[in-house]
Structure formats: structure tokens, C-alpha cells
Design a protein around this ligand. Structure first.
Ligand code: 13P
Ligand code: SF4
Length: 330
């Protein structure tokens, strides 16, 4: 068993697991014993998606975290998602299988710098993408996700000036869709910035009937080529509703598991990155494994906590997002 210091260094409980254990059965048993629920993002490993009680995008996961009656939430996702769950359900214990499951986009917007940025635009409303720290949410007026960003911006009067952060690509796409002039923070996601327009073009030549679908965190040059742009849930729905047999998918590769489950006869090709690495695997999302999930449920940590003053401030913009989304049937 790790000491707390070791756990902090490694980010997860590094305990030997009996190789004869059926982890799926053990996780089910522990879930009942502890009245726990497993919430998983679409970018998680297929094994984790298959054992989760709820799989979804960032909006669905926060809606689920707000309404669950479980005592423990095991968040199979990244740190900002687990923080959001804690902010919405502060009385619950929120566990993250690997504490180091962070986010390059959240890291690209340090709150102390954002505070100064915000001071330059005192008459602007601040909309922040949920992929940011709890501290940043506490500096915001409304939070959004990729599912509702357009509607959240449109819910404000046309003349209202807006700062949008931290994702400049999502912000530019929302600005284009809404015709609004948004002040953008210069942040981005390392996974979605890596797709190569040239390699996608060549791939499309080899698969002329394939639809090219992309997440709005991708760069504008890639989004310009897309047949459809949407959140992970949007991309999944499109793959189910569109008649095409082949899809080239520009987002993290984990979503392909649900696409293949929902469409066993269709083919899904991950969009190629601009080098030979497996860069459309998010290195943060993929820190979580079934073993780490089992160990955190068994041991009750790593646990995500948020200071009370931040919970109070960050809850307001998240609640506003959930209210607007509910009104719009999202
Ligand atoms: P959505 O699942 O909300 O589209 O978000 C994608 C993402 O980057 C999560 O980290
Ligand atoms: Fe963050 Fe990008 Fe990973 Fe999503 S895919 S968690 S935005 S680094």
C-alpha cells in the first residue's frame, strides 16, 4: 500500500492485484457495498465504458453528477470533470482513478493570468468552456460545453460583449456560428490541435464516400473540411443517423467504441495526426485503467476535493449553464 506521499507522486494507488480476480465482478460488488456510481466520459478505455453506469459527454456527465443519489461518484474522466461533479454534489465523495488525469486545455489557462485578462474587459460577460479548473469557473459568469456553447452565447442579448475561454478553436467556431464577436483566450487542446489537413485530404481521396466528422476543439483549417461538427454526443448521433458507411473521425479515439457498438456494420477511421504518434489518444484520459478504477473504489482515494469558497462561486456559472440547457431541452 502506498503512503500518501507516494500516492501524490504517482497519482494512483499502486497495490498488487490478485491476478485471479474478475475485476468486472469485483467492481460491481464494491459499487453495491459503497453505494457508488461510475460516470465515464466517451474518451475512456472500452473496458471502463463497458462497466460504467453512465457514459456521456461533459454536459451529460455534469447533469448526471447533479442528480445522482449515490454516496460515492467514481469519475472515469479527467480532473476538471471530477471537480465539476464535486461542485454540483459537494456532500458526495468524488474519486478519480488517477489523480494525474489532467487536461492540457485546462492547463493552458492559469486562473491568475485569466483574472488579469478579464480586468481588461470590465463590461464583458465571461463564458468559460467546462474544460477548465474550478478556480477559473469561479471567475466566470456562465459555463458551457461543446454541446451547448452556441445556445449559451445566443441566450445573451446581441449587444452583450463576451469573453470566451479557454479554447480558442471552440470559441472561433462559436463566433462563426453565432455571428458574435467574442474576445478569445488563447488556449487549446493538444489532442484536437494535432490533426493534419494534408493527411485527412489524402485519406478522403482513398475513401471518397466517407463522411468527415470533427469536434469543434479542432483547428479552423480542419473544421473547414468537415461534413459535420459537434460534441462527442453530436458526433455519435450523426454516425447513427447518417446513411454513410464510413466515417473519418477527428476527435479522441475513445468515442469510436460507442460508434462501433451503435453501428456494427459501419466503419470508423480515426483522423490521422500530423506525425506518427498515437496522438488522438488523450494521454490524460488514458491514465485511468480498469485496475486503477478498482483500486480507487476499494481504497476510497484518490479523492477530488474543492475548497468551499470556490465551490460557492463556481457553482453559480455551472448552475446557469444547466438551467439554460434544461430550458432548451439539451
Ligand atoms: P465533449 O464530450 O463534451 O464533447 O468534450 C470533449 C472533451 O474534450 C472532453 O475533454
Ligand atoms: Fe483535455 Fe483535450 Fe484531453 Fe479533453 S482531449 S481532456 S480537452 S487534453
Amino acid at each position: 500500500m502506498d503512503t500518501l506521499e507516494e500516492l501524490n507522486r504517482k497519482g494512483f494507488v499502486d497495490e498488487k492485484i490478485d491476478p485471479t480476480l474478475d475485476l468486472f465482478e469485483e467492481i460491481e460488488r464494491l459499487k453495491k457495498e459503497k453505494n457508488a456510481i461510475i460516470l465515464a466520459h466517451y474518451y475512456q478505455d472500452p473496458d471502463i465504458q463497458d462497466i460504467a453506469d453512465y457514459i456521456g459527454d461533459s454536459l451529460g456527465l455534469s447533469q448526471e453528477a447533479a442528480k445522482t443519489e449515490a454516496d460515492v461518484i467514481v469519475f472515469a474522466g479527467v480532473h476538471f470533470m471530477a471537480e465539476t461533479a464535486k461542485i454540483l454534489s459537494p456532500e458526495k465523495k468524488v474519486l478519480l482513478p488517477d489523480f494525474k488525469a489532467g487536461c492540457s486545455l485546462a492547463d493552458s489557462c492559469p486562473p491568475h493570468l485569466f483574472r488579469k485578462f478579464k480586468e481588461k474587459y470590465p463590461d464583458h460577460v465571461v463564458i468559460t468552456y467546462v474544460n477548465c479548473t474550478a478556480e477559473l469557473k469561479a471567475l466566470s459568469d456562465i459555463v458551457c460545453t461543446s454541446t451547448n456553447a452556441v445556445q449559451i452565447v445566443e441566450s445573451l442579448p446581441k449587444e452583450q460583449k463576451i469573453i470566451f475561454g479557454p479554447d480558442k478553436n471552440l470559441g472561433a467556431w462559436v463566433a462563426k456560428k453565432t455571428g458574435r464577436d467574442l474576445v478569445l483566450w488563447n488556449g487549446a487542446c493538444m489532442v484536437h490541435e494535432i490533426f493534419s489537413r494534408e493527411k485527412i485530404t489524402k485519406l478522403r481521396e482513398r475513401h471518397p464516400k466517407a463522411k468527415f466528422i470533427a469536434h469543434p476543439e479542432c483547428e479552423e483549417s480542419v473544421l473547414q473540411m468537415a461534413d459535420y461538427i459537434g460534441s462527442t454526443t453530436g458526433l455519435l448521433k450523426y454516425s447513427m443517423e447518417n446513411d454513410a458507411q464510413e466515417f473519418i473521425v477527428a476527435t479522441e479515439s475513445g468515442i469510436i467504441h460507442q460508434m462501433e457498438k451503435a453501428n456494427p456494420d459501419k466503419t470508423f477511421i480515426p483522423a490521422p495526426p500530423n506525425n506518427n504518434c498515437a496522438c488522438n489518444d488523450c494521454p490524460y484520459m488514458k491514465r485511468n485503467t480498469l485496475e486503477k478504477l478498482y483500486l480507487c473504489l476499494k481504497n476510497g482515494y484518490p479523492e477530488v476535493t474543492v475548497p468551499e469558497d470556490i465551490i460557492i462561486e463556481a457553482r453559480k456559472p455551472i448552475a446557469r449553464m444547466l438551467e439554460i440547457s434544461a430550458k432548451m431541452g439539451l
